[in-house]
Structure formats: C-alpha cells, structure tokens
Design a protein around this ligand. Structure first.
Ligand code: ATP
Length: 336
C-alpha cells in the first residue's frame, strides 16, 4: 500500500487495535424513550460499516455517543481503543464527523473554506494552502475552488463538507446520512469519495436511509430498530437469512392491488410489501410449492398477473421482513 492516500492520509500504523469501534450493551434514554437499548457492535479497522434503521431507531444517537457528543447511560464503547466515557478527549483526537465540525462559510470560496479549516487546525499559511489544494483535487473540486460555496450544487457542497472534515485525516469518520437529498449523480460522486477513503484505511461508520447506499458501500450492515440491533451481516448474509424464496408479483389490473395483497398475506402468512411505485407486491414465500399455491389462489380469484418471479429479496425487502415497516424516505434536506 502507498504511504499516502489521494487525500494525503498516512497509512494507519499497524500497532493500532484491530477493532476501530467496539460497543457493548450501549444504552441511552431520553425521558421514557430508550433511544439505545443495549447495542453491541464491533467494527474492524478500515471497514465501511452501515447502520440501517427506520426513523427514530437510534442511528443518530449511536453516532452522537461514539463521537462523544452525548454520554451513554449504560454499557461501554471505545473508538480506536479509547473509551468514550473515560477518555473522550482521546476519542475526539481520532475521529471526524461530517456536518458537525465542518460548517461551511457560504460567502467564502471552496478553497478559502478549506484553508480556513486548516489554519484552525494549526497549519501554517503555506501548509494550509497545500492541504486545501490536495483535498480540492481529491474531491474533484479544483475547477470550482475559486467560486463561492453558495454557488455550489448539493453534491459539491457535500463533497466539500466531507473534505473539510478530513483536513487532518481521522482514524474513524462518522457519516450521518451523507447523501440525503442528493440526486443520483451527486450521490455517485460522494460514494466514490467514500470508497477511496476506505481503501486507504479510514474506518467509516455511516448511517443511511438508502438501502442501495448500504448495499453499494458497506462491507457489513447492522439493522437497528427501537434502540436494539435486530440483525447484522454482509448484505448477502442478510438477504440469505431472509431466504431466497421471495415471491414478486405484478398485476395487470392495479385496482385489485389491495385484494391481491390480502390474498397473499393470508395464503403465505407473512407481511406483503408494495414496491415504491406500487406496481409490485413482494412476500416471503419460503418454498416454491407455497408460492405456487398462493399464485393459484390469486388466479382463481380472477386476478390477472402481468409478471411473477421467485428470487432473492432486495435489501429493501430484507429490511421490511425484519422490521415490519418500509424504510421511510425523508424529504431532501431533512437529514437526521
Ligand atoms: P432519524 O433517522 O429519524 O433521525 P434515528 O434512527 O437517527 O432517526 P435518533 O435520532 O437516534 O433516531 O432517535 C432515537 C429516539 O430517541 C427517538 O425516539 C427520538 O425521538 C429520541 N431522541 C433522540 N434525541 C433526543 C433528545 N435530544 N431528546 C429527546 N429525545 C430524543
């Protein structure tokens, strides 16, 4: 491996702990709400680890506790071997958090913002310029570097935000919904940056409301719901735990969707999920035989099928099977 990565990070020394994050029984209450109710988590160094959960599951609380922005009520957590409760200063020295430490000045240019942050970190004027230029190049912002941030697109702004949190390359980077509200092209750009950081040893804990994002980026995913971890594994493991016997059905007549949903639910005894566009129904069938029987009931009720297939669930369907609810997509700009 090179000694320096594209954003100037030194390769992490081999004597660091093998786990970047280790969490046992972590708990946090807000009044009567158990925001976190005894979470265990191990994140190996250099991994992109995804945290998935519906609104209010506790994702942001977990990141806040790990970033020492809030104190746990129970359990333990360490980041790069430093305990968050007894040694928060040491934790702060090895982490970065987007959107928290980097608050961009809209009237300054991209370069001026990065130089300002580098100066705040104690870089000399010339070292700050060098670092700003390195980051602008690595985040493909060199062309826009002399424009005011207020003229930037959402994707450029998010890339600059991440760049600003990497003036000093952290051991662990927390990304709380890094692409919420971005269009697909801008999202791809941010993903590219996140991947290149991970390639060079930065551990990344990311929360996301986009299952595709977790699928694309995260080597492991923990699904949390109501403050508890309900599943963990690679995307493939999570999918195969739910089973490959997933029945997907599309109807010729959309008006009979409700009826078809009820029939499938009764025939297979499992909750039925509708695709976002409402055109497809998906349900765990378990076996081909059970799927055939359920299709038979639909057909004998006179419901015309335009398509059906059996296969692996999407991560979206895994999430639904685990939590009984779809991932709620927030409006752009409402990142938690
Ligand atoms: P979202 O995606 O909606 O932001 P989340 O998974 O990040 O959800 P958290 O923000 O961690 O969830 O919230 C978990 C629970 O704790 C929620 O019920 C929330 O209302 C509650 N909670 C979080 N922070 C506070 C706070 N400062 N005061 C009171 N309740 C809180």
């Amino acid at each position: 491996m090179n000694d320096m990565n594209p954003v100037g990070a030194k390769t992490i020394a081999p004597d660091l702990p093998s786990l970047a994050i280790s969490v046992r029984g972590l708990a946090k209450r807000y009044g009567t709400v158990a925001a976190l109710d005894g979470i265990d988590l191990d994140v190996p160094r250099g991994m992109i680890f995804g945290i998935l959960g519906p609104n209010g599951a506790g994702k942001t609380t977990l990141i806040r506790l790990l970033a020492t922005l809030a104190r746990p009520d129970g359990g333990t957590a360490s980041v790069m071997g430093h305990d968050v409760a007894s040694n928060p200063q040491a934790v702060r020295g090895v982490i970065a958090l987007t959107g928290q430490f980097a608050s961009l000045d809209e009237d300054l240019t991209g370069r001026e913002n990065l130089v300002m942050f580098a100066r705040l970190w104690g870089f000399s004027a010339s070292a700050a310029k060098t670092r700003a230029n390195e980051l602008l190049a690595a985040f493909e912002l060199s062309d826009a570097s002399r424009k005011q941030v207020k003229s930037y697109s959402g994707g450029m702004r998010r890339r600059l935000d991440i760049a600003a949190s990497l003036i000093v390359t952290p051991g662990v980077l927390f990304l709380d919904e890094p692409t919420t509200g971005l269009d697909p092209k801008a999202r791809q750009g941010v993903w590219k940056m996140i991947r290149s950081l991970a390639q060079f040893g930065v551990t990344i804990l990311l929360t996301t409301q986009y299952l595709e994002e977790a699928d694309q980026l995260a080597a492991r995913i923990a699904v949390i719901d109501r403050g508890r971890k309900i599943a963990e594994g690679t995307s493939r493991e999570l999918k195969s735990a739910i089973g490959s016997g997933f029945l997907h059905v599309a109807l010729g007549d959309h008006k009979r969707m409700d009826e078809a949903e009820k029939i499938l639910e009764k025939a297979l005894g499992a909750p039925v999920q509708r695709s976002a566009e409402g055109a497809q129904l998906s349900v765990v069938a378990g076996s081909t035989r059970a799927a055939n029987e359920a299709l038979g009931v639909l057909i004998s009720a006179g419901i015309e099928l335009s398509d059906f297939s059996m296969g692996s669930p999407s991560l979206d369907e895994v999430f639904f099977a685990l939590t009984g609810q779809p991932v709620e997509e927030e409006s752009p700009g409402e990142a938690s």
